[in-house]
Design a protein around this ligand. Sequence first.
Ligand code: MF3
Ligand code: CO
Length: 250
Amino acid sequence: MAIVIKTPQEVEKMRRAGAVVREVLEYVRGFVKPGATTMDLEGAAVRKMEELGVKPAFKGYHGYPCVLCTSVNSEVVHGIPSAKRVLREGDIVSIDTGVVLDGYYGDSAITVPVGEKIAPRAQRLLDVTRTSLESGIQAVRPGATLGDIGAAVQQVVEAGGFSVVREFVGHGIGTSLHEDPQVPNFGRRGQGLKLREGMVLCIEPMVNSGSPDVQVLEDGWTAVTQDGSLSAHFEHTVAVTSDGAVVLTE
Ligand code: MF3
Ligand code: CO
């Protein structure tokens, strides 16, 4: 599969898809509280997508059953919403979603604390992961490389005392949810593919508080940390423009 360069008109369409993803995530965030289930979050997202007239990107993707991925505590990514999964005070929950609008995709994720009593180390994991995404985005400009993005993310994560998941990476996005290239959250400055104006990338650090190793549960989807440590995930859809990065999902 080749890398698809987008015209400014296409980037504009992706900005509209991205704005809807943001609106859905901010709406769903309002339902995160102790006693809510991850299926309550899914229900809120389904209603909002219907109201806004967009199609979910994840539901049906390789048979994935929901519009959200909801990954709690040691779940890294691809947690499946469930009416049995009750959120508790002090948990952290990653909410990942995507939509299709006018044929173009947007994809973004946030990790949020449940309730008011989050442990300082968990709060720091969220802060470091969000900052690592921002640092990766800052590295984006024509002529920079994928290694520059990965190195920028990795540097922030490891300086914070946490670790970068290697088995899952970011990706190109456009008229499909996943396009080339892969966008690792680790790497070496100056290495890898050169970024060009018109590329659109999902940068999505997955950061563990303990070892970087993950495993996938029997459901075939839910990735968890092997050591049971906490994990966080933030994601933005980002266009490469002559001025540098433009975040399409904010
Ligand atoms: N945001 C994730 C990704 O970019 C989730 C997609 S997996 C799905 O890969 F199956 F849920 F769609
Ligand atoms: Co993604």
